[in-house]
Design a protein. Structure first.
Length: 285
C-alpha cells in the first residue's frame, strides 16, 4: 500500500511540475507579447542611434543633421636641411604635429621644397606618412640630389585622410633604450648610433621604422638618419644600428629615436585596439 501511495505522489509531483512550467511559459510569452506591442517605436528623440541614423537622433531619416567633427589641420613645427657629406646631396628633415586628440591621419602627403637665395626651386621631394592623435613626429629624407646652392626649405603637408579613433586606444608600446652615439675609429663609416628597441605591445609588427635625430648642446639638429626592422614579435628586444658614412660638422650631445609602426596597416592592431571610422574615403594611391 505504501508503494502505491509513493507512486501516486511522485506522479502527482511530476504533473504539478509540468503544469507550473506550462503556466510559466504562457506568462513569459504573454509578457513578451505585451512588451512587443506596447514598446515605443524608434524615433528621432529616443536618445538612441537606431533606424538608419548617422548619429544619435540625427542624420538618415531624422531631419536634424549631425554636427560635423571639427578637425584642425596638421602643422609644421620645424624644418631644415643638412649636407649629407656626399657631393651635391642633402638631408631634409621636418617635424609635423597633429593637434587633434581623437583624429589621426591614416595617410597624409608631405613635400619638401628646396630653394636658392633668389627663391628659385632647386628640387622637391615628396612622400606619404601617417600620424596618430596628438602626435608629433619627424619626417626625414636622406641623400637628396641637389644642383645649386640651397638657402631655404619649405615643408607642406596636405591631403590628410582623417580617421576617428574611439575614446580608448592603445598606441604601440615601442620603447628605445640604451641609446648611444660614437665615431667609428676602425672599419667602414664615420659614425654610428646604437640602441635597443623593445616591443612591449601585445602585437607582432612586420615593419617598424626608426628615425634617428642627432642634436648638439643647443638642441640644434646636426644630422638625421633612418633604418628599418622587419618582423618584430611582441615582447621582443632588438638591437639596431644607424650608420653615417661621411663626416658632418657639429658635436653630438643628444640622440633622439622615433619608432613608428603603422597601425593603420596593422590588421591585428586595428581589430583589437580601435575601430577606425573614416571621415572621408581614403584614397591610397
Amino acid at each position: 500500500m505504501g508503494i502505491i501511495n509513493n507512486f501516486l505522489q511522485d506522479k502527482y509531483q511530476v504533473r504539478r511540475t509540468k503544469i507550473v512550467a506550462v503556466f510559466a511559459a504562457i506568462f513569459l510569452a504573454l509578457a513578451f507579447f505585451i512588451y512587443f506591442m506596447t514598446r515605443p517605436a524608434p524615433s528621432c528623440s529616443d536618445g538612441k542611434q537606431n533606424q538608419n541614423e548617422q548619429g544619435v537622433d540625427c542624420g538618415g531619416v531624422c531631419a536634424e543633421k549631425c554636427d560635423k567633427p571639427i578637425i584642425i589641420d596638421l602643422s609644421v613645427a620645424e624644418k631644415g636641411f643638412l649636407p649629407s657629406g656626399a657631393v651635391d646631396e642633402f638631408d631634409f628633415y621636418g617635424n609635423v604635429r597633429n593637434p587633434n586628440n581623437t583624429f589621426g591621419g591614416g595617410k597624409f602627403k608631405y613635400e619638401f621644397i628646396l630653394k636658392d637665395a633668389q627663391g628659385n626651386v632647386l628640387t622637391t621631394k615628396e612622400g606619404y606618412n601617417f600620424i596618430l592623435p596628438g602626435e608629433s613626429k619627424y619626417l626625414v629624407e636622406n641623400n637628396v640630389a641637389v644642383k645649386g646652392v640651397p638657402a631655404t626649405i619649405e615643408l607642406k603637408v596636405t591631403d590628410a585622410q582623417w580617421v576617428e579613433f574611439q575614446e580608448h586606444y592603445e598606441k604601440p608600446q615601442l620603447k628605445v633604450v640604451n641609446k648611444s652615439y660614437g665615431e667609428i675609429h676602425s672599419g667602414v663609416g664615420f659614425s654610428e648610433a646604437l640602441g635597443l628597441l623593445k616591443n612591449e605591445s601585445p602585437f607582432d609588427f612586420s615593419l617598424i621604422k626608426l628615425v634617428i635625430v642627432l642634436k648638439d648642446a643647443s638642441d640644434k639638429i646636426v644630422a638625421v638618419n633612418g633604418t628599418e626592422m622587419r618582423t618584430v614579435r611582441n615582447g621582443e628586444n632588438r638591437d639596431f644600428r644607424a650608420l653615417w658614412f661621411n663626416r658632418f660638422p657639429g658635436e653630438v650631445i643628444n640622440v633622439e629615436v622615433q619608432a613608428d609602426a603603422n597601425v593603420f596597416d596593422s590588421e591585428t592592431f586595428a581589430e583589437r585596439n580601435f575601430a577606425p571610422k573614416y571621415v572621408q574615403k581614403p584614397d591610397y594611391r
